[in-house]
Design a protein around this ligand. Structure first.
Ligand SMILES: Nc1ncnc2c1ncn2[C@@H]1O[C@H](COP(=O)(O)OP(=O)(O)OP(=O)(O)O)[C@@H](O)[C@H]1O
Ligand SMILES: [Mg+2]
Length: 204
């Protein structure tokens, strides 16, 4: 067992499970929260993440298979996606591949959004590139039955993350937007809301 990441909320380790190499994501207890409340929060978020990962997969969005869930320990056991973070792939890709990746990011966001799912943390660190496909992970802050506002925030965060992680190719974000529009009939309403959210940020 090897810990590969210790974040603020979760610990990620690689382990073996039923003969497979898997990722175990556990939500760590927080001492500043009341123990009962802490346990129920961790358990809720674990359940939420597992549900959204599964639902996204059913919609055709590549996500890891969930093998097991332990609500007591607030732990998910899931398929390990071998590959590299889209964040790293993008920074060394040539023009054609950059365009393809951006198109795919826009399409995947569209599939989630047109089904009312906000991802919650749509950054290129939460995307893995494998077999010419993009896999989405980390749905812990996601939301089902998201409204225009939540979808607008989701797209806004995607844009902010893209511009800060990939400032040298910021102009390619237009490819993401065009693809999002192409695959989601209500895209214009979300983009309009995103622009409102941006201007709120500037004046408050
Ligand atoms: N199923 C998976 N397959 C391969 N790698 C994974 C998988 N799940 C997580 N990882 C790796 O672990 C990292 C962190 O996982 P994840 O994004 O789910 O946790 P996190 O909640 O973002 O942690 P933090 O809150 O600190 O950002 C990912 O960026 C990825 O590199
Ligand atoms: Mg993450």
């Amino acid at each position: 067992m090897e810990i590969i990441r210790r974040g603020a909320e979760a610990e990620i380790r690689v382990d073996r499970w039923m003969g497979r190499t898997v990722i175990v994501k556990s939500r760590v207890p927080k001492n500043y929260r009341h123990p009962e409340l802490d346990r129920s929060l961790r358990s809720l978020r674990t359940k939420n993440e597992a549900r959204l990962i599964r639902e996204a997969r059913q919609l055709g969005v590549p996500t890891p298979i969930i093998y097991d869930i332990d609500l007591q320990k607030a732990e998910l056991i899931m398929e390990k996606i071998e590959g590299e973070r889209v964040k790293d792939a993008l920074s060394k890709a040539g023009d054609i591949d950059i365009a393809k990746i951006c198109e795919e990011i826009g399409r995947l966001a569209a599939v989630l959004h047109r089904n009312g799912i906000a991802h919650g943390d749509l950054t290129t660190s939460n995307m893995i590139f494998r077999d010419h496909k993009i896999w989405l992970i980390d749905f812990s802050l996601g939301e089902k039955n998201a409204k225009i506002e939540e979808l607008g925030v989701d797209f806004h965060l995607l844009k902010e993350a893209f511009l800060s992680a990939h400032s040298e190719i910021f102009d390619r974000f237009q490819i993401v937007i065009d693809s999002y529009r192409e695959h989601f009939e209500n895209a214009d309403a979300i983009i309009k809301r995103m622009k409102e959210i941006e201007s709120r940020g500037r004046y408050t």
